[in-house]
Ligand binder design. Structure first.
Ligand code: 2RA
Length: 340
């Protein structure tokens, strides 16, 4: 039994991961509809022993759909999210289209489930926004510490994987790496820079404000909305690096009060969805390959900030799978909250 669901953008990297996660978590549904652009309509898709035909996304796609998982880009969400909402569906949108819209819950289930407690299946349509992947990964690590000693300032440097820019970007990284190793010229297509053996400022749109790029501003604005406070100073530098599908983030935190490494590690260990990899004797800390395809966000290199003379500062190193917890898993966990 369960709700009738739809997956919008099913042929993309996150769309395919939606199916993977729904299966892994035995998500209960009475029916499932696979939706994509006209270009992909008609494709056959295996799912849980059935063969489905991908349907073209239209204005009538959402009649009798309880939950619609969207990951087809901002313009599709802007156009069809409200259509689905009007048809009575609850949209879980992975794009940035509605994240900062007043009244749209922006949810990490382990962090702020209450933000969506008023949304009920059959209670009228709604839109719930999935936060940006780098925000989810950062806040899975920082929230348990914030609850322990109240973060006053957060400085994030991200090392973001190709998958954040889609399947084509992952292909480009592989192709360029092959070309360079074969002594050929790398041919930048998705990004204006060579990607193989290189790294560059995240180019999600132009630098939008004060020299910050969109990705950095998402980290700043989304964190304040998710935590429900503007009483925290945040800055970020978001970089695309030649890694396939897990983001890494270096995070410096200043707290309102003292916090010990031991207390921080205990709070992290107790937080659902976080695993610790932190063994100085073996120089073991999270790497993107530890996190790839895994549900959890991995935290390590927890250490006092030696630039301070007090115990109010910590440094962390965090890795999380961008397609999974950074997108598809978080969205399906939001859908699971609707079943409660
Ligand atoms: C990226 N966070 O990594 C953005 C969108 N997924 O490109």
């Amino acid at each position: 039994d369960g709700p009738s669901i739809a997956v919008v953008g099913v042929t993309g990297a996150v769309g395919q991961e939606f199916l993977q996660v729904l299966k892994e978590r035995n998500f209960p549904y009475k029916s499932i509809k696979l939706l994509a652009s006209a270009r992909s309509a008609g494709k056959q898709q295996e799912f849980e022993g059935e063969t489905y035909t991908v349907e073209e996304l239209t204005e009538n796609s959402f009649n009798d759909v309880d939950i619609a998982l969207f990951s087809a880009g901002g313009s599709i969400s802007k156009k069809f999210g409200p259509v689905a909402q009007k048809a009575g569906s609850i949209v879980v949108d992975n794009s940035s289209a509605f994240r900062m819209t007043e009244g749209v819950p922006l949810v990490i289930p382990e962090v702020n489930p209450d933000a969506m407690s008023h949304v009920k299946i059959g209670g009228g349509g709604a839109i719930i926004a999935n936060p940006n992947c780098s925000t989810i990964i950062a806040l899975m690590a920082v929230t348990p510490l914030h609850r322990l000693a109240k973060v006053k300032r957060m400085i994030v440097s991200t090392y973001q994987a190709a998958s954040g820019a889609g399947a084509a970007a992952m292909e480009e990284l592989k192709e360029q790496t092959r070309d360079v190793l074969d002594g050929k010229e790398a041919k930048p297509v998705i990004f204006p820079y060579q990607y193989a053996f290189n790294l560059f400022s995240h180019n999600s749109g132009m630098d939008v404000e004060m020299g910050y790029n969109e990705e950095e501003l998402k980290m700043v604005k989304e964190t304040k909305k998710i935590w429900g406070t503007s009483d925290v100073a945040i800055t970020a530098t978001c970089i695309r690096v030649p890694v396939m599908r897990a983001h890494a983030e270096s995070i410096n935190l200043e707290f309102d009060k003292d916090i010990s490494e031991a207390d921080a590690l205990a709070a992290l260990a107790a937080f659902p969805g976080v695993s610790i990899i932190d063994d100085r004797s073996k120089n073991r800390f999270p790497t993107p390959l530890d996190a790839t395809t895994r549900d959890d966000v991995y935290v390590g290199r927890v250490r006092r900030d030696i630039s301070r003379s007090d115990a109010k500062g910590l440094e962390l190193f965090v890795c999380g799978d961008q397609i999974k917890k950074g997108a598809a898993l978080n969205a399906v966990q939001i859908a699971e909250l609707l079943l409660k």
